[in-house]
Each structure stands twice: as C-alpha cells, then as structure tokens.
Design a protein around this ligand. Structure first.
Ligand code: COA
Length: 438
C-alpha cells in the first residue's frame, strides 16, 4: 500500500477547512500541548453568514479570537471542559462566547456523545511512519474516543510532535483531512515551590509509601510533592497528566514502575505536558503508554493498583470535607478534570485492600493570608468537586486531617487543627453556630 499517496490525497489547507464550516456544526478538539493551534488561530475567519458553531475545548493555552471577541457571540461558542487563563478571561469579561461543561474526565466523551452529534474532531499528531501510522503524540486523553465518535477527523500533523505508544497510534485510514503545521509544542512554565508548598509537600511525602503508584494533579502543590520523593523506592505512575517531575524521578531511579499491578514497567498517562525535555523523553519511548482517559481515569481501573495514591489540589474545603477545586463561589476557575476520578480510584484501591490513599492538598490561606481556604461551608454557588462522602486525606502546611469514616464533629475538629492559626477561632465559633461543634 502506498501510504504516502493516501496521505497526500488527504492534505488540505486551514483556509479551505474554515471556509467550509457550516452554521450549527459541532467541533471537538484536543488537549494541551496538542491543541490544534492552526485551527484555533483561524476559526474566527468563518464566513460572515455562519452562526451557531459549537466548539468543545479543554485547557486552552491562548485567548484565541473566536472566543475572546464580543463579535463572535452567537456565532461561535467555546464549550470548555476545563478553563485555561484565556477561557477564564473571556468569562470574566462577561462575554457570551464561553461556557463550562461539567464533567468527570473519564466519562466526558461518553456523556458528550449521548447529548449531541459531533461533526468534526480536530486534533494534532506526529508524522506518519512507513506503515501508515501517525500518533496522537502527547495526548490520547479525549482524542481516542472523539475519533470514534466524530463524523470527520482532521489532524494537524506536526514534525515536532513526539511519537508515542499506547492508544496513541492512529492509522491514516482513520483520518479524513490533514493540515501540515510546524511549530514547537507549548511548554509548561515550571515555578519553584514556595516554602508553604514545600511544607505541604513534606506532609504528603510522609504519606507516600515505597511501591506506591502515584497520580499528581495540576498546580503548585503536586509539583512541590514530587520534589520531596527522592528517598522513596519503586514508585509507579498511573496518572492523567505525565509531568516533568515524574520524568526526573524516573531518571533518579525513584520511579521504576516495577511494583504496579497494571502495566508493570510502564508509565500510564492520558496526556503529557512539560518542557521540550519531557517531549524528548516520551518520543519513541515504549515505556510510556499514552492512553484514553476513559481507561486511565476510570476509578475501577485505578482502584486495582497497589497503593494507588492520588494527590490533587483544591481551592477550598469546608469543615465536613467538601472540596471545591474549580471555582471561587460563582466564578468558574478551572474544572473537575480527573480530580474526582483519580481520588475515587485511590480510595477504591483502599477499599480493595490495596492500601490506596486519596489526598487533597491546599495552602491554608489565600490573598496574603487574609482568606482562609478552610471554610465553615462553601460560598454560595460553589460547585463540589469531591463530595465529603468520598473524602480521605486533606493536607495543609499545618498538618494532615484524615477524614475517612469520621463524624461531622470529628471532621470539624480535624479541619480546624490544620487551618491557619489566625483563622482557627473564627472557624470554631462558626462551627458552633451551625451545630458542627458543641
Ligand atoms: N478564595 C479566594 N481566592 C482563592 C482561593 C480562595 N479560597 N483559593 C485560591 N484563590 C486564588 C489564588 O489567590 C489564586 O489567585 P491569583 O491567580 O490571582 O494568584 C488563584 O485563586 C489560584 O489559586 P492557587 O491555589 O494558586 O491555584 P493552583 O495553581 O495551585 O491550582 C487548582 C489549584 C485547585 C485551581 C488546580 O489544581 C485545579 O484546577 N484543580 C482541579 C482539577 C484537578 O485537580 N485535576 C486533577 C487531575 S490532572
């Protein structure tokens, strides 16, 4: 089979793709760092008569015109599974161009497909090999399932995208249109942990036992934790996001993936986000499996892992252990992503007798200490990311509250003990007012 000529027949330009968009069509797109940048940078050039276009996006790296300009209200709607800074800025300006899609990552695509038809999947891929295979490169998270669901598949093929294994290979026969691009993948800005984050990291590092399989969420605290794991042995990785810090722990011999129950000797992740060093590490690396989030994030899959330990960050937690990680009151900030999935998976590992731990970490205060992130109850309008009936460990720089199985009274006591000392007496009197403490 001459795959080269099949590939060439599928080549098209971004201009012709955008020119062909019809009113009411629905597009679903790939995750950072595989964001289809050419598509997003040109989408605002749709024909003037086109309206009612729906685009499903996740963690946009830039404030693209199609949702950052008022003139696109009613013409293009950015339905966002997880807000990035650009999505947040558009929502903060009150533009009617962006809305949030409540979801648990592992079921996001099944839920989407149950609610509508997907006309196009637009994603990114690495170059094709001699067997006609491209790869989805740094993310099979939602991409693999969207390819099955969409009527047409469009890929931006980038020679700088690493080739990966797992659910990532995609055959040219599965693709309808190809747009060739050539840009570096977006890189994560790594910021050194603060003293507070390091203190939280120390408490969490004490909870992580040798042989654990870890998942780390987004944010400063998970990054700080990984810097403190250098004395551990035989850690494994089964995570939504594969990070730079995990690669460094592998190079230091701390992560061996040898004690995992599933995919021993392999990293399992749904997407990879870091710097070029990480992208070079995963390139053609058979020890990294980039897999569909409907598998990686399924709590029942995660729960099979020995000592499955999830570490996720939160914006605030109430005195009974209700976690909000995605909004500040009614202001939507990020998303649930895989937080509830991975937390539940870790607790499932404990329920299966495999010693799992679900850890939620947060600084005790925000806004230079003025605001306590531990609150008597979540502010009006806050969504609950992890319900209190699922909660296991909460960690701040003042210690660890192990809430699983505890009463509301015991939880309030434990939560106040890890709040910032400046806020403890207020929390205590509030807890008495609402009947949590007596
Ligand atoms: N009240 C008011 N403002 C608050 C606040 C509170 N309780 N908590 C945080 N903030 C503000 C901070 O001051 C900061 O504001 P700034 O941007 O003006 O500096 C902002 O909210 C972000 O807070 P911060 O704690 O710095 O966030 P982070 O970068 O460490 O990320 C989460 C933490 C919770 C937002 C992030 O981990 C997340 O989105 N999690 C949900 C998804 C997830 O965990 N997925 C896991 C699988 S990958």
């Amino acid at each position: 089979m001459n795959y080269e000529s099949i590939y060439r027949e599928k080549l098209c330009t971004i201009e012709s793709l955008v020119e062909g968009i019809q009113s009411g069509e629905t597009f679903a797109t790939s995750v950072i760092p595989m964001t289809p940048q050419s598509f997003f940078s040109n989408l605002h050039l749709i024909r003037e008569d086109v309206k009612g276009v729906e685009v499903f996006t996740i963690l946009n790296p830039s404030p693209y015109d199609f949702f950052s300009k008022k003139e696109f209200e009613g013409r293009i709607l950015n339905n966002c599974w997880f807000y990035g800074p650009g999505d947040r800025a558009a929502a903060d300006k009150g533009l009617h161009t962006v809305t949030y899609v409540p979801n648990n990552a592992h079921q996001a695509i099944a839920d989407l497909v149950s609610s509508r038809r997907i006309d196009y999947f637009v994603g990114s891929a690495s170059a094709m090999d001699e067997h006609g295979f491209l790869t989805l490169s740094c993310s099979a998270f939602i991409e693999r399932d969207l390819i099955k669901a969409a009527r047409k598949v469009v890929l931006e093929v980038n020679p700088n995208a690493p080739r990966t294994f797992g659910d990532s290979p995609i055959h040219i026969s599965e693709v309808d249109h190809i747009i060739e691009v050539d840009h570096k993948l977006p890189e994560e800005t790594l910021i050194s942990p603060t003293k507070t984050e390091e203190r939280i990291g120390e408490f969490i590092a004490d909870l992580i036992e040798d042989g654990s399989t870890i998942q780390m969420g987004i944010g400063g605290v998970p990054y700080a934790v990984s810097k403190l794991l250098y004395d551990k042995k035989d850690l494994g990785v089964h995570t939504e996001m594969l990070t730079e810090a995990m690669m460094e722990l592998f190079e230091a011999g701390v992560i061996t993936n040898s004690k995992k129950t599933l995919y021993q000797g392999r990293f399992v992740c749904a997407f990879v986000f870091g710097t070029q060093k990480l992208y070079d590490f995963v390139n053609n690396n058979p020890s990294v499996f980039v897999m569909s989030g409907s598998f990686t994030n399924d709590p029942y899959v995660l729960g099979k892992n020995y000592r499955m330990t999830s570490i996720n960050a939160a914006l605030m937690v109430d005195l009974t252990g209700q976690v909000c990680s995605e909004a500040i009151g009614t202001r939507h900030y990020s998303g649930t992503g895989g937080q509830l999935d991975t937390h539940r998976g870790a607790v499932q590992s404990a329920l299966n007798g495999l010693d799992g731990k679900g850890i939620i970490a947060l600084r005790s205060t925000a806004k230079n200490g003025e605001v306590s992130k531990i609150v008597p109850f979540l502010p009006l309008g806050s969504p609950v990311t992890v319900p209190r009936q699922d909660i296991d460990y909460i960690v701040t720089e003042f210690g660890v509250a192990h809430l699983r199985g505890k009463t509301a009274y015991e939880r309030a006591k434990a939560m106040i003990s890890i709040a910032h000392p400046d806020h403890r007496s207020t929390l205590e009197s509030e807890a008495r007012k609402i009947g949590l403490l007596f």
